[in-house]
Design a binder for this molecule. Structure first.
Ligand code: 13P
Length: 248
């Protein structure tokens, strides 16, 4: 039985002071061991978040990192820096990074490998645009994204990763994929994992859905057999996140 994992992707929201106020307002209400809960916060909020979640079951993640150990890469953050701060998760390849910052499947793979080297769990984002869905290439595209993201990653490591299926047309739009649409793609992701690693490893990987998850739809989405939680944007920086985490 896979434990659910519900992660908030704060994106570029909340200053350190706002982060402190928000975490203080919600941390006691979402401190459950029913699901793993992660706050993926902006780099500058990491220290505040790590400090405030002490003594809870909440973990802290980053939203990106670079794939080399160190060097002349102005503005970037390394896995060793995240690791030294005890950051346990990192989102890799979010569609906003692919769209606005030139991330590719290849850079995603390099980052995933580096995160795993430092024992940081990557939350790998995949998903199609509206045009791609209309063209009927969703499954093909997502299979390719997963395959390239996992190049040269052995089964023992793959078991620990998290994959987030986020259809781009459902992000920030209020339009959620139907449960059947989300389940279809998440099941296809598990199938490609089984093809690469075998069924046992595929069954261990947690696959999230992301895209307009909120308090009203979380329970229904998380009940689908291949959906093991959510990657939540807008609703993760509101009081509503409590209801998403404590879905029933
Ligand atoms: P929304 O929940 O705001 O649609 O964002 C989803 C997302 O991109 C999470 O990574």
């Amino acid at each position: 039985m896979r434990k659910k994992i519900i992660a908030g992707n704060w994106k570029m929201n909340l200053t350190p002071r706002e982060a402190r106020d928000f975490i203080n307002s919600i941390k006691d209400k979402i401190n459950s061991d029913k699901s793993d809960v992660v706050f993926c916060v902006p780099y500058l909020d990491l220290a505040v978040a790590l400090n405030l979640i002490q003594g809870t079951n909440i973990s802290v993640g980053a939203q990106n990192m670079y794939y080399t150990d160190k060097g002349a890469f102005t503005g970037e953050i390394s896995a060793s820096m995240l690791s030294e701060m005890s950051v346990r998760y990192v989102i890799i390849g979010h569609s906003e990074r692919r769209q606005f910052f030139g991330e590719t499947d290849i850079s995603v793979n390099k980052k995933v490998r580096k995160a795993l080297e430092y024992n940081i769990t990557p939350i790998i984002c995949v998903g199609e645009s509206l045009d791609q869905r209309r063209q009927g290439i969703t499954i093909e595209l997502v299979r390719q994204q997963v395959k390239i993201a996992l190049l040269d990653i052995p089964a023992e490591q793959a078991k620990n990763i998290v994959i987030a299926y986020e259809p781009i047309w459902a992000i920030g739009t209020g339009e959620t994929a139907t449960c059947d649409q989300a389940e279809e793609v998440c099941a296809a992701i598990r199938l490609v994992l089984a093809e690469i690693y075998g069924q046992e490893a595929a069954d261990a990987v947690r696959i999230q859905y992301g895209g307009s998850v909120n308090a009203a739809n979380a329970a229904e989405i998380f009940a689908m057999p291949n959906i093991d939680g959510g990657l939540v944007g807008g609703a993760s920086i509101k009081a509503e996140f409590e209801k998403v985490v404590n879905y029933e």
